[in-house]
Write a protein that binds this ligand. Structure first.
Ligand SMILES: [Zn+2]
Length: 442
């Protein structure tokens, strides 16, 4: 059976541990080479018809020549995955075990949702389309990044290459939103949330340098205490909240579908915005949609148990809201910590992405394809909280969207970057149909 082979191919590719590491010297590149070779072997028609280049190291760029020469489509995914140890997994992360039967089958493993599932579904769709003799109307590119989870340089280099060739895609589709269950209070139907923008991923470092000495005669405020105070102050001072045009578009889309209080609130948005901001502030997922967020992710200080630390530092991961900027975020941090002795260094600035349109041919192609393969879902724009490789493509296209065509429950979404990552086999198979149908439109 077609479907059984499609499941086996996904299993085979999930079993290759293409783990991203911040320090690229620690990456096991042999696994990445094996992945590239395995893809070529599993998808022979694709490799006979499409040209493939390796870009920026091991990112893969395929070109499927179309009949015409209007602006092309780019389908994106990445094949590096977040590290995972066996601890706490009910099925080992790189075993790709399938449990259950029929429509309830589940495939377990790191990368099933993020993001090998998409990558393999795209390849399945291309291979099947080739089998049925399809030639796309215009060129289709497949852009598969090899370091999305860390540096993201692979996708950035692909964009450099395409830009150098004067290519301006009519549509870029990357991972991001999904057909999400239980995504919004008061709305029972699944939501096909399509990311039209994403927050900016910025890293800053807070540093305190101070004279050291013996731990038996400490000053009133040690370097570590000063840093801790700054962190507590930052944590107490939330960034201003508000709805950007993309979030408002989402609320307007959902208004007619929401029941109860939420429905009434959404339908009289003009007066209820403050109330709505309070509702959004209640859960981590929705709170992140209305403001810039910060999280101290790393702390470092001290070198001996009986010596005062001369240097204390914290890495703060900031997600800059659409409509705000890195400058605004840093200014907020400076005001919040109220301490000149704490220096703020920008380690990696990342501005929020421009908002892609929610009308026009590219948007409609996605919406109509969802209506075809996931008719139960409401299609809505939204702002993605996490960063994706697609942000680089905003340089060469106005129509950059983030949508993974898989049905994901809240429990499944919680496994992203965490343990027990898994996907329903039926989600995967419908995802293949989504990409096939989308290919047919271009
Ligand atoms: Zn991803």
């Amino acid at each position: 059976m077609h479907d059984d082979r499609a499941i086996e191919r996904l299993q085979e590719l999930v079993r290759i541990p293409t783990i991203s590491r911040l320090d690229e010297a620690e990456v096991d590149w042999a696994q990445f080479d094996r992945f590239i070779e395995t893809v070529a072997r599993l998808y022979p028609r694709t490799h006979a018809t499409l040209t493939r280049e390796l870009v920026g190291g091991r990112s893969m760029l395929y070109r499927w020549p179309g009949a015409g020469n209007s602006e092309p489509t780019v389908l994106m995914a990445h094949y590096d995955v977040v590290a995972a140890s066996d601890d706490g997994w009910t099925h080992p992360p790189f075993a790709a075990e399938v449990t259950g039967s029929g429509d309830d089958r589940i495939i377990w493993g790191r990368g099933t949702l993020d993001d090998k599932g998409s990558l393999v579904a795209i390849l399945e769709a291309v291979e099947r389309s080739l089998e049925s003799g399809v030639t796309p109307a215009n060129d289709i590119y497949l852009s598969f990044g090899h370091n999305e989870e860390t540096a993201g340089t692979g996708a950035a280099t692909i964009v450099d290459v395409l830009e150098g060739r004067g290519i301006r895609p009519a549509l870029v589709l990357d991972e991001g939103g999904a057909v999400a269950l239980d995504a919004f209070p008061g709305v029972d139907r699944p939501l096909a949330v399509v990311g039209v923008s994403e927050k900016g991923a910025t890293l800053i470092r807070l540093v305190v340098d101070q004279k050291g000495g013996h731990a038996s005669t400490p000053p009133a405020l040690t370097a570590t205490a000063r840093l801790a105070r700054a962190i507590v102050r930052l944590n107490r001072s939330s960034f201003p909240s508000g709805f950007n045009p993309a979030s408002l578009a989402m609320l307007r889309t959902l208004a007619p579908h929401a029941t109860g209080t939420v429905g009434r609130v959404l339908r009289s948005l003009r007066v209820t915005k403050p109330l709505l901001l309070r509702i959004f502030a209640r859960s981590d997922e929705t709170r992140a949609m209305i403001r810039t967020t910060q999280a101290v992710t790393m702390l470092e200080a001290g070198h001996a148990a009986n010596a005062l630390a001369e240097h204390a530092e914290a890495i703060v991961n900031i997600r800059v809201a659409v409509g705000s900027s890195v400058d605004e975020a840093v200014a907020h941090v400076r005001r919040a910590i109220r301490d000149e002795a704490v220096t703020i260094e920008i380690v990696q600035p990342g501005e929020p992405s421009p908002i892609s349109p929610t009308s026009g041919r590219a948007w409609e192609a996605i919406a109509e394809t969802v209506a075809q393969t996931h008719p139960e879902a409401i299609v809505t724009p939204y702002v993605q909280n996490g960063a994706t490789d697609s942000r680089h493509f905003t340089r060469i296209s106005r129509n950059v969207y983030r949508f993974t065509p898989f049905v994901m429950s809240r429990d499944e979404r919680d496994t992203l970057h965490a343990k027990n990552e898994r996907m329903h086999v039926s989600s995967y198979l419908r995802g293949i149909e989504f990409y096939r149908a989308l290919i047919g439109r271009f």
